[in-house]
Design a protein around this ligand. Structure first.
Ligand code: SF4
Length: 330
């Protein structure tokens, strides 16, 4: 591993100032992704700015009924938080479906949002990868691409975002609080991630050196009826082959509101606005849900090995919404 310096900032302003002054600095939180990438030589920071002791580790209930989650709240703590379990079960389920108990005890809210793709070529420094080494090519496009994107990919990159938590946050319309040298501002989660386009090395809309300090969830009573389902190759410690986060609000049999987001399909968590539009205001039926999922996926462009993601995503959408609607599984 390349030698690096270590800095423990006095406060958020100090942390942000170091990142602004050092072009090759990186924030260290749980380290569950960054340290692996440093060992592999994929990330080679000159200095690590350790944000673990900043006062960002609390979950606060907001006066409007929402929730503010500090950026260094650990994934295990957040999953077990009684308010999250009661009011946003989709978030608890997404968190518990990720990684392993040991990793969730270390991984943080902010770090989870910024974890890097698990595209195998990205993690192998002997392979061409535009994300790791811009302009070098994309070994995955015609390579082993079973786990990669079917939506919104570019010739330059077909990677997927690996986070389960971010999929739940996309369905919940979360807002990310960000500090940089200009101060603090809000970034809706829907605007946090970029499509790969010509610059897959730029994964978020955040300016370099910005620090995520919190995530806010809006008050959303309908989210008490919400869940997350992850399809994967083994029952634990595996990334998603497909996943869905769902909130369902029924008025009798009619869908008053629905929020859907998909994981493992694209370079960012995929909010299924089109499917939601097909569903809202109509009587619930599994057939309608299947048609809505198909409408959402109509513009998908599967790669050579991942066409299975389309029927898989349709199937888990029907299963999840059937469950939230209290219907027996077909
Ligand atoms: Fe790199 Fe993206 Fe291609 Fe994977 S899909 S090799 S991350 S450019």
């Amino acid at each position: 591993m390349k030698p690096f310096r270590y800095h423990r900032p006095a406060d958020v302003a100090d942390a942000v100032a170091v990142l602004a002054a050092e072009p090759q600095a990186a924030y260290l939180a749980g380290g569950t992704n960054l340290v692996d990438l440093m060992k592999l030589g994929v990330q080679r920071p000159d200095v690590l700015v350790d944000v673990n002791r900043l006062p960002l580790d609390t979950v606060e209930e907001l006066p409007d009924g929402g929730l503010r989650i500090g950026a260094t709240v650990r994934n295990s703590h957040l999953a077990a938080h009684p308010t999250v379990r009661r009011d946003y079960p989709v978030l608890t389920r997404a968190l518990l479906s990720a990684a392993s108990g040991q990793l969730r005890n270390m991984a943080t809210t902010g770090g989870n949002l910024l974890q890097r793709t698990r595209c195998p070529y990205f993690q192998d420094t002997t392979k061409a990868c535009n994300k790791r080494d811009p302009g070098s090519g994309c070994a995955a496009l015609h390579g082993v691409n079973r786990d990669l994107a079917v939506l919104d990919w570019s010739e330059q990159c077909v990677a997927t975002n690996p986070s389960d938590m971010a999929v739940a946050l996309a369905a919940l319309d979360a807002v990310v609080e960000v500090h940089d040298t200009d101060g603090v501002r809000d970034v809706p989660l829907a605007e946090l991630y970029r499509s790969p386009g010509a610059h897959p090395d730029r994964e978020t809309t955040l300016p370099r050196g910005a620090l995520i300090t919190a995530v806010r969830l809006p008050a959303l009573p309908a989210a008490r009826r919400s869940t997350y389902l992850k399809a994967r190759d083994r029952a634990s410690f595996a990334f998603a082959a497909g996943s869905v986060a769902a909130v369902l609000d029924l008025d009798g049999d009619v869908i008053r509101d629905v929020r859907l987001a998909y994981g493992a399909l694209a370079h960012r968590p995929w909010r299924a606005y089109r499917a939601e539009q097909e569903l809202r205001g109509h009587p619930f039926s599994p057939e309608l849900v299947a048609r809505a999922a198909d409408a959402e996926l109509a513009e998908a462009r599967p790669l050579s090995e991942n066409g299975f993601k389309l029927p898989l995503t349709r199937s888990i959408t029907v299963r999840v919404l059937n469950g939230l609607a209290g219907r027996a599984q077909s």
